[in-house]
Structure formats: C-alpha cells, structure tokens
Write a protein that binds this ligand. Sequence first.
Ligand SMILES: *[C@@H]1O[C@H](CO)[C@@H](O)[C@H](O)[C@H]1NC(C)=O
Ligand SMILES: *[C@@H]1O[C@H](CO)[C@@H](O)[C@H](O)[C@H]1NC(C)=O
Ligand SMILES: *[C@@H]1O[C@H](CO)[C@@H](O)[C@H](O)[C@H]1NC(C)=O
Ligand SMILES: *[C@@H]1O[C@H](CO)[C@@H](O)[C@H](O)[C@H]1NC(C)=O
Ligand SMILES: *[C@@H]1O[C@H](CO)[C@@H](O)[C@H](O)[C@H]1NC(C)=O
Length: 567
Amino acid sequence: MERVFFFSFVSLVSLLAVPVVSETQPVVGLPLFTNSRWIVDEGGQRVKLACLNWVSHLEAVVAEGLSKQPMDVISKKISSMGFNCVRLTWPLFLATNDSLASLTVRQSFQSLGLLESIAGVQANNPSIIDLPLIKAYQAVVTSLGSNNVMVILDNHMSNTTWCCSNFDGNGFFGDRYFNPDLWIKGLTRMATLFNGVTNVVGMSLRNELRGPKQNVNDWYRYMQRGAEAVHSANPDVIVILSGLNFDKDLSFLRNNPVNLTFSGKLVYEIHWYGFSDGNSWETGNPNQVCGRVVDNMMRLSGFLLGQGWPLFVSEFGVDQRGTNVNDNRYLNCFLATAAELDLDWALWTLVGSYYYREGVSGMNEYYGVLNWNWCETRNSSFLQRIAALQSPFQGPGIAKVLPYKVIFHPLTGLCVRRKSLLEPLRLGLGPCSEPEAWTYTSHKILTVRGTYLCLQADEVGQPARLGIICSDSNSKWEMISDSKLHISSTTSNGSIVCLDVDSHNTIVTNTCKCLSRDNKCDPASQWFKIVDSTRSLDTPKSHVKIKSILGLPGSGSQSELSLYMKQ
Ligand SMILES: *[C@@H]1O[C@H](CO)[C@@H](O)[C@H](O)[C@H]1NC(C)=O
Ligand SMILES: *[C@@H]1O[C@H](CO)[C@@H](O)[C@H](O)[C@H]1NC(C)=O
Ligand SMILES: *[C@@H]1O[C@H](CO)[C@@H](O)[C@H](O)[C@H]1NC(C)=O
Ligand SMILES: *[C@@H]1O[C@H](CO)[C@@H](O)[C@H](O)[C@H]1NC(C)=O
Ligand SMILES: *[C@@H]1O[C@H](CO)[C@@H](O)[C@H](O)[C@H]1NC(C)=O
C-alpha cells in the first residue's frame, strides 16, 4: 500500500542522516493547498486526508487515552493503521479562558474526581501530568508530528462537553455560549499558537452548526470573518468550513460562493452517519435508502466537488461491534460513495474509551478503532474495509498509469481480481492495492484492461468467468436498482443475475437480492462500485505466477493465455 509521508523537521534530519529512503513512501511537502477539488502538497501532488478524530474537548480538556498509553505509542499506532492525519478537537474556552488553559492536567482531573486517570497519565505520560492543559494539547500535536501524522485543529464546542444538541447554547453564532467575537479571538489564538508547526495543516472553524438561530446570512458573515482571521494569523493552514444542520447542509453555496481575500486554501466539510437519516436504513429497503440518501448528499454538499471545491467528510463511523443494523447498512453505501468520489475523510473515532463523557467515567466508545484500554484495534475487519480508501485513487500526481476501473466491494473492502494460478479465468476478491484493472465499454462490457477477456455470467449460482466472446447478452453488465450498486447481466438461458460473492470469496452470479421494497433483506453481498483509478498497479502475486507460466515452453495455459493479451 502506498503511504503518504511528509517532511517534518525530524524526518528531514533523519533523511539527511540516512540517505536511503524507501521509494514506496512519497514525501509530502507541507503546507497543503487546494487545486480544484483536490488537496495537494507543495509540489502539487494530491494528499488524500485519511484521518481519525481524536477527542480533546471534553470536561478534562486532555486528549483522550493518555491514561492508557504513551502518546507516542498512540501516534505510531495511528500511522501503522494507515491513517495520515488526526482531526484533533478543542473547546473554544481552552483558547479564550486563561485560567482554564493554565490548569494542569492533574488539577483538571482532580476537579472531576478522576483519580484513576491521574494515576494512568502519571504512569503512561508522566511528562504532561503537571503541564497546563494548553501545553498538554501542544505536546500531543508534537507527538503526532514526530510520527508523520498531520493535524487538523477542530473547534468542536465552546464548552468543554460532549457535542451536540440543538439547545446546548453552542450551536450557532449568538447562542448563549457562542459569541462570534470570542470565537474569532479563539480561532486567532489557536492559529497563532500553531503558526510554524509544520504538521498542523488545517483548521476546522466550527463543528456542526445547528439550532434555532442558524441562518444563511450569519453563516456567510461569520464564516468569512473566521476564515480571514485564521488565514491572517496563520497562512499555512487550510481553512475548513462546515455546513448548517449538524454539518449536513452546504446547499446555499451552490449559487453564492464565499468571498475571501485568499485562494487555494479553502475546503468544505460535512458529517455523514447512519443516524444522520434517523433509522431509515433499518426500516427501509437498503437500495432505495442508499439511492435517496446519496442523491440528497449530492444535492446538499456533493455538488461542491463539481464546482471545484474539496469536500472533507470530517465525521463518519459506525458501531464496530457490527450489531447495529442501521449502521451496517449505511456503511456499505457510504464506503461505495466515498470510493467513487475519492473523498477526503476523518473517521469517528480513534478513541477507545473516554476519561469522562456525559456523566460516565471510563465510557467505552464502540465507534472507536481502538478498544477500551487503547491497546488493540477494536475490529480488524473494519480496518480492512476502509483500507482501500486510505490512499488516493485519482488526483494530481496520482496518474501513474492510464485510467482504469476497479470493482470495489464495500462489504469486504476488497476489489475484484482474477483468482489464482489454478483458476485464471475465475474471479475473486483481493486487496484494492492489487486490483484487476478493468475497462467498462460503451457497450457495457467489462474487460480486463489490456486483454480480450471480458466478464461473463454463466448460470445462476455459478462463478462468473472471463471469456473472449463478448458479444452475447451474458457479457453486458448494468448497474441496477436505486442504489446502482448491483452489477447485473442476463445468462444465456435468460435469467437476470447479479454479481455476488460466495463463502470462498469467489465472484458468482445469483438472483438479484431485494432490489426494492423488502426491508428485511440486506443486499450488501451484491453491492459493488465501479471506481475510476490511476493508482499505480502492483502486480498481484497470482499474476506474476501466470506470467511465469507464460514463459514455460510447452505449458498448456501458455498458448491459451497469451491469446488473450493485446499487443
Ligand atoms: C474559566 O475557566 C475556569 C476554570 O475552569 C472557570 O472556573 C471559569 O468559570 C471560566 N471563566 C469563564 C468566564 O467561563
Ligand atoms: C458552558 O460554559 C459556561 C461558561 O464557562 C458555563 O457558565 C456553563 O455552565 C457551561 N455550560 C455547560 C452546559 O457546560
Ligand atoms: C460576494 O461578492 C459578490 C460580488 O461583490 C456579491 O455579489 C456576493 O453577494 C458576495 N457573496 C457573499 C456571500 O457575500
Ligand atoms: C467486527 O465487525 C464485523 C462486521 O461488522 C462483525 O461481524 C464482527 O463481529 C466484529 N468483531 C468484533 C470483535 O466486534
Ligand atoms: C436457466 O438455467 C437455470 C440453471 O440451470 C435454471 O435454474 C433457470 O430456471 C433457467 N432459466 C430459464 C429462464 O430458463
């Protein structure tokens, strides 16, 4: 897998000291800029944000987890799980209330009666226990930087408490605890404090605007002021603006873009969860709900990509126990969309458990990638499912090869590819870093790029296969249902079938599942997304073997396979 790295001072020094740097790890030059809908580095190459939300705005005002693991261990873990950035939350009052900012970590826990947390921090992060809260926050940013993790500072709330409700006084400019002038002051202070800190690449100006006071006029008025304030205090950060209605609605921008004195630094953010649509996923037919929810997202915010603005899904996530049907169904649709649009994103959340949240100490976070004690990952199959989205499919500087298509399967996070040496004309699933490269023709034929092999339906319940006679109806594939996530064809005897995956991860064709109406059935095993890619293609190991077979004189498959290769 390609990983994105950048020059921190530390990595620059180590680079100078050790002249050998792995060629598979391109170096990102900071600061970041935007180029149309893409976020790019100094050299103009795309940097895809694959972030984790790390909570640091709750009552204790200490980044969560520091009583469980040394911060350096957490930073390394973030990077080893394939993430390149953290959206680190902060409460406004940390930046505007000096007596809060100067409380020590110990005093802050003491005032909440969190004695176990004190002991935990003492054991795991002794260097911060008597630091003022603001210094402890800076220490976390530094630790992330020395591990090549970028940081986006997110003003999550004014108060030091869990977000969000319509009536918590933190929802919109003019609310009880959301004074716009104080907010500008706080943004300016944070932007100034981190000016020159290379790994701080962006600032999210305010999380989830909401509540009865929200209105478009004040949105423009204050967001433009906030953006200018941040930019003049720290021109190196990208400025990230969130939408109305819990960061779901940026539709007002369609005909009225913001006016700023600077360019090449503006990004929009949205939040998109299963519960953003109530329990529709559970009560409706997943194809119909996915179709409707994605249309809605495109109308409210996704259109910005077409207008040339980056769109950062700064919060998405699910209960990783896999027991929430609403979340499970949503996730398949979300992953398909995020792959197709090649979005920048931040998963909610890194946090395995909280010191104290909503009146509970030691609360477990089932949406967290780490487990309660911050030692292990909560669910490795979840991480596998998002791995394909951690590196860019497309964008400036990603054009390593001519454009091709991958067929992504959100339920597994894997991509369709030829199976193995023994079954070279059968298809299975493998990591999207080693996918099959497809062409989807105007005649709706899916061919393996560079060959005459096309995808064919055989019979219901049988493996799909590759063949060379591509003119029959069983070689025509269409995306059907409201979700457009079923890839469907007609067998030679006239049965309509959909691609599916069997228990051996073989691609088969089955009767299409619950295309509409039925809300009991989950069609996700049949959901695939055809995604544009120009990612460099590592040759899958099975293909290397096929190639070596091609070189063996007298091999039966030699003549057979070489027939299929285009010159
Ligand atoms: C500032 O923070 C301190 C410490 O938490 C708190 O006691 C005080 O009420 C805060 N001041 C304001 C104006 O909110
Ligand atoms: C929010 O902060 C203000 C100012 O410090 C404080 O008076 C108020 O009690 C806080 N509200 C909540 C819900 O924490
Ligand atoms: C931006 O400037 C243009 C031209 O001056 C103006 O028509 C438009 O209303 C402004 N938009 C906002 C959101 O202020
Ligand atoms: C991980 O997620 C999968 C899929 O949602 C689920 O089936 C499995 O039980 C989860 N594992 C754990 C350890 O929670
Ligand atoms: C096509 O063949 C399959 C498998 O032999 C069979 O189940 C199905 O009923 C046939 N369909 C038609 C339309 O004849």
